[in-house]
Design a protein around this ligand. Structure first.
Ligand SMILES: [Fe+2]
Length: 286
């Protein structure tokens, strides 16, 4: 059975949330849902996630999985909210434990926060297969942007997370803690070894020069046209380009809020004795 895919683009963070499902009235997975966050007021909203819920409801879909490709640094995850509203299991790559360890130290998190992945319902190993209703999916380990990135493959469709972007945007940065441009090159080349007509679904788009947002390309297109990693670019060339470029990039606006929520599978930090949940800003530490 061929899965059906519906995608939602969040212009505020450039994130694409995908719903993949077997059939109307069947089962769905939601990949990389966004919890809206206004850094000026510290207020979260569920408008983006509610669009996803409305689509699930309109198509009588039961939510089997909320899949994270990695602990995002540009948006808060709505995984917990979706699970509360619609059920399903929240999953991410098993290497999230390394990311949790790094950020537990940076944020000096409470002793009760265990960097063991237990905040998630399931941790994927490389090559693990799983079911979304009648669909068979496969988790692919694609580290480099972070040490824990996963891609998810369903038939001829691969949700690539933060590896590739659209050909005119290139590839994901590798300068976050545990990032590695060598590993990203190898992860991407492994994806580009898939059959040429394989459809690649991006996790982000930052459209240049006024083009409309887009998130679907193919292996053939990326091999021909990706500005950072088309065929002929060697690992050394890629790593040199990536490191030089990353040195010029500011940290994402939402990296500190995002990571604190996303390593908890989309749960806000525990409320203090006044009932309010707080985010921390480590000074001169990142
Ligand atoms: Fe990312």
């Amino acid at each position: 059975m061929q899965g059906q895919i519906e995608s939602f683009y969040d212009p505020t963070t450039g994130t694409v949330t995908h719903i993949v499902f077997d059939q109307r009235g069947g089962h769905a997975a939601v990949i990389d849902p966004v919890l809206d966050y206004d850094p000026k007021s510290g207020r979260t909203r569920t408008a983006s996630a509610d669009q996803v819920l409305a689509y699930l409801q309109a198509n009588a879909l039961s939510l089997a999985w909320v899949l994270e490709t990695h602990a995002h640094a540009d948006h808060l995850s709505a995984a917990r909210y979706l699970k509360q509203q619609a059920g399903g299991r929240i999953a991410i790559g098993a290497h999230i434990r390394e990311v949790q360890q790094v950020f537990k130290q940076l944020f000096n998190l409470e002793a009760g926060f265990l960097p063991d992945g237990s905040q998630f319902d399931h941790l994927f190993e490389n090559g693990e297969t799983f079911a979304i209703g009648a669909l068979e999916a496969k988790a692919l380990y694609v580290p480099g942007h972070t040490p824990a990135d996963m891609a998810y493959q369903l038939g001829d469709a691969v949700f690539v997370g933060d590896t590739l972007f659209m050909p005119d945007v290139g590839t994901a940065r590798c300068d976050f803690p545990g990032g590695d441009a060598h590993l990203l090159y190898r992860s991407i080349r492994a994806l580009l070894n898939l059959p040429e007509q394989t459809r690649l679904f991006m996790c982000h788009d930052y459209p240049p020069n006024g083009r409309a947002p887009a998130w679907i390309s193919t292996v053939a297109e990326q091999r021909r046209n990706n500005i950072h990693i088309h065929d002929g670019i060697t690992e050394a060339m890629f790593v040199g380009m990536r490191q030089a470029r990353d040195a010029t990039l500011d940290m994402p606006t939402l990296i500190l809020p995002s990571v604190q929520v996303n390593i908890r599978a989309g749960t806000l930090p525990p409320a203090e004795d006044n009932g309010v949940s707080y985010l921390k800003i480590p000074l001169n530490a990142l």
